[in-house]
Design a protein around this ligand. Structure first.
Ligand code: IPE
Ligand code: IPE
Ligand code: MG
Length: 245
C-alpha cells in the first residue's frame, strides 16, 4: 500500500523544495558518464511531480541548476541545457493535462537563448492552470537573488517609488524571485550531503530539513511521501515553547 494513504490530509505542506543531488555519483556507480545520471534524474522529476500533485501540494520547487554549476565542464553544462530544453518541450503537454503551472526562479537571462525561449513559452502556456505550481530553480543562487533584490530596492528608493522607512521583511519578500510563493515548510536534499549550496537562504528561515542518502535517480514517489510523513511528526515551535502551541 502506498504511503500516500498515511499522509495526514489536514497537515499538508503548501510548499516543498528539493535539492536534487547525486546524479553524477549514480552514473559513476554504473560505470557511465555523468549525463546518463542527469537523464535518469529526469525520471525522478517526473515521479516526484506526479507524487506532489497526488498529495495536493501547492508548490514544488526543484533546484535544477545553480549559479555555481556554470563552472562545471562545458560539455556537462551544454548537455544539461539540452536536456532542459528537450524535457520542457516533451513535458509541457503533460503539465497541461494535469493542470500544473510551470514557474522559474533564477537569473533566467543567463540561460542559452533557446532554453530561455522554450521555458518562457511553457510558463506562458501553463500559466492559467490552477493545480500544482512547479517551480524550477535555474541559474539560481540565493546570494545572487538577494543581491538582485537589494539592487531593485535601492533603485526604487532612488526613484521615489519606495521610501526607506517602508522597507520591512515583507518588502524584501516582494523583491525576491519567489515573491508570489510562500516559504517552503519542508526542504529535502538527496545524496547524503548536509548542506544548502546557496539555495533559498532567506526563504528557509523556519523550514524543516529532510536529508536522505538516496541519490536523486533512486528517489521516487514513496520516498517523497516518507519525507512528508516525517515532516508531519515534527513540532514546529517558531521560537515558542511546546506548551504555548
Ligand atoms: C545534481 O546532481 C544535478 C545538478 C547539480 C545539475 P550532481 O550532478 O550534482 O551529482 P553529484 O553530486 O556529482 O553526484
Ligand atoms: C546543488 O547541487 C545544486 C543543484 C542540485 C542544482 P551541487 O551538486 O551543485 O552542490 P554542491 O556543489 O555539492 O554543494
Ligand atoms: Mg552534486
Amino acid at each position: 500500500m502506498s504511503l500516500l494513504n498515511q499522509i495526514d490530509k489536514n497537515n499538508i505542506p503548501k510548499h516543498i523544495a528539493i535539492i536534487m543531488d547525486g546524479n553524477g555519483r549514480w552514473a559513476k556507480k554504473q560505470g557511465k558518464e555523468r549525463i546518463w545520471g542527469h537523464q535518469a534524474g529526469v525520471e525522478s522529476v517526473r515521479k516526484v511531480v506526479e507524487a506532489a500533485a497526488e498529495a495536493k501540494i501547492q508548490f514544488l520547487t526543484l533546484y535544477a541548476f545553480s549559479t555555481e554549476n556554470w563552472n562545471r565542464p562545458k560539455q556537462e553544462v551544454d548537455a544539461l541545457m539540452e536536456l532542459l530544453v528537450n524535457t520542457i518541450v516533451a513535458e509541457v503537454g503533460i503539465l497541461q493535462k494535469n493542470n500544473i503551472s510551470l514557474k522559474a526562479i533564477g537569473n533566467l537571462k543567463s540561460l542559452p537563448g533557446n532554453c530561455h525561449a522554450e521555458l518562457q513559452k511553457a510558463i506562458q502556456e501553463t500559466s492559467a492552470n490552477t493545480g500544482l505550481s512547479l517551480v524550477l530553480a535555474l541559474s539560481y543562487s540565493s546570494k545572487w537573488e538577494i543581491t538582485n533584490a537589494i539592487k531593485l530596492i535601492v533603485n526604487d528608493i532612488l526613484n521615489n517609488r519606495l521610501s526607506k522607512e517602508d522597507v520591512n521583511e515583507s518588502t524584501i519578500d516582494q523583491y525576491l524571485c519567489t515573491h508570489s510563493i510562500p516559504d517552503p515548510e519542508l526542504l529535502i536534499r538527496t545524496s547524503g550531503e548536509y548542506r544548502i549550496s546557496n539555495f533559498l537562504l532567506w526563504q528557509i528561515a523556519y523550514t524543516e530539513f529532510y536529508f536522505t542518502k538516496k541519490l536523486w535517480p533512486e528517489f521516487g514517489k514513496e520516498d517523497f511521501y516518507e519525507a512528508i510523513i516525517d515532516f508531519q511528526h515534527r513540532e514546529r515551535r517558531f521560537g515558542l515553547t511546546s506548551e504555548q502551541l
